[in-house]
Design a protein around this ligand. Structure first.
Ligand SMILES: Cc1cc2nc3c(=O)[nH]c(=O)nc-3n(C[C@H](O)[C@H](O)[C@H](O)COP(=O)(O)OP(=O)(O)OC[C@H]3O[C@@H](n4cnc5c(N)ncnc54)[C@H](O)[C@@H]3O)c2cc1C
Length: 396
């Protein structure tokens, strides 16, 4: 979409050309002409004393003119340290169902450098086509280069739906892609479906999780959504499923980035993996002292989990801010989340309510955490956790 010129009113004075901050307006045969670079900022509308420029109305029920040229579903395949991120497989499995429902092809997009072989499993999880851009400038993730390349591919191939993981990387650059494509994006979806009109129904919690909102993007293409890891089931269709592998060359200028990555260091430590871990053992202010977190670390080690914390614990100096779960911390959705000595304030709950099983340990039977947990233990944590560790060590 771009600003509209009424040629009957345009005098070709050029004022709009001077004020356009992105250089999207030129003069052609004495009339202003707006290019696709237009960001709909509206400065030209205000500057035109003849009322010749207007912005298109959004949400009026008008589909984009070229809407029928968009076809197929895409999943952005995220990878790290030589392996595809599990969320990409989860998304491919869901997208396979959506593509079958719409009778359209499912494609996956892989961006990086020296990616040989990574595409194989994308086929096994349901992709019909894999587009690969393999270039030294994509060896490390940068928002600009990755965003430019993905947006370019989407403009060229015109998928009607584009999905990505709501990971740190997805959250960082997918909004940029949506902005470059001038379309909508629903972040952090928990479910996806296709409605009777063939539109993507994007479901996500709203108002602190009190309602589930179903969001449509009828007038923008592609319809874009991100989905958190572990929300959907990954389903491998075959061991050696084949498909079309298309290596794509894109213009060199797309790789330009203002960021130069000098090196990549894998972050290790108790907080490194709370977002990725299958088990998160989180402690709250109820732990009383930093040293008491060692109990949780021991338990986490035994179950191959990671240690999280409430903001209460972080503010008391018991845990590192990077371990904080919640509204102003990280969002986790492990298979098992254990909240130990955490009251269950809404700001904490929004960061962990997507966990498959929630166990709460609290000495106060009225603690709000008991309203959200699947299993509640009313006990003094200093008695319960050491006994629980003994049980786990004993193989129970
Ligand atoms: C804008 C904003 C953003 C916020 N963001 C976050 C966020 O991202 N994450 C977050 O966690 N909070 C966040 N908070 C803070 C949140 O409101 C709570 O204050 C915080 O979660 C409380 O932490 P807590 O449950 O550890 O502490 P408390 O509320 O003090 O609860 C401690 C709990 O431990 C129990 N307990 C004490 N001793 C024992 C024992 N021996 N055995 C068993 N149980 C025991 C108590 O019964 C109590 O329920 C935010 C607040 C605001 C205003």
């Amino acid at each position: 979409m771009k600003a509209l010129i009424d040629e009957n009113l345009c005098t070709g004075c050029g004022t709009c050309i001077d004020v356009c901050p992105v250089g999207a307006i030129t003069l052609s045969e004495g009339k202003a002409k707006v290019s696709d670079e237009c960001t709909l900022c509206g400065i030209c509308v205000d500057s035109c004393e003849f009322g010749a420029i207007s912005l298109p109305k959004v949400g009026t029920g008008e589909l984009p003119r070229d809407y029928e040229t968009y076809r197929g579903i895409w999943v952005y395949a995220e990878w790290r340290h030589g392996t595809i991120h599990r969320v990409s497989y989860e998304l491919l499995s869901k997208a396979r169902q959506l593509a079958d429902k719409k009778h359209v092809p499912l494609a996956s997009v892989l961006l990086g450098y020296r990616l040989n072989g990574l595409e194989r499993d994308l086929f096994n999880y349901g992709a019909d086509i894999v587009y690969v851009v393999d270039h030294p400038s994509l060896a490390y993730f940068t928002d600009e280069a990755y965003g430019n390349v993905l947006a370019y591919l989407a403009k060229e191939y015109r998928p009607e739906i584009l999905l990505a993981g709501a990971t740190s990387i997805g959250r960082s650059f997918i909004p940029r892609v949506a902005a470059l494509l001038k379309t909508g994006l629903t972040a952090d979806c928990t479910d996806l479906d296709i409605n009777e009109e063939g539109l993507l129904v994007q479901t996500r919690p709203a108002f602190g999780g009190n309602i589930m909102a179903s969001i449509l993007c009828p007038y923008g293409r592609p319809q874009m959504a991100t989905v958190r890891p572990r929300v959907m089931e990954a389903c491998r269709l075959a061991e050696t499923r084949s498909g079309v592998l298309e290596r794509v060359s894109v213009p060199e200028e797309l790789f330009k980035s203002r960021i130069e990555v000098l090196e990549e260091t894998v972050c290790e430590g108790p907080s490194a993996s709370i977002v990725e871990a299958d088990v998160v053992i989180s402690g709250g202010r109820g732990l009383g002292r930093k040293e008491n977190f060692r109990m949780l670390e021991e338990l986490a080690r035994l179950v191959n989990g990671a240690v999280g914390a409430s903001r209460g614990a972080v503010e008391s100096g018991f845990a590192d801010p990077s371990q904080q779960v919640g509204q102003t911390g990280r969002t986790v959705a492990p298979v098992l989340y254990m909240a130990v000595g955490i009251s269950g304030a809404i700001q904490h709950v929004v960061g962990m309510q997507g966990s498959r099983i929630i166990v709460a340990v609290n000495k106060d039977p009225q603690a709000p955490i008991f309203n959200v947990c699947h299993y509640g233990v009313v006990a003094d944590l200093f008695e319960f956790i050491p006994e629980f560790i003994k049980l786990v060590k004993g193989g129970c």
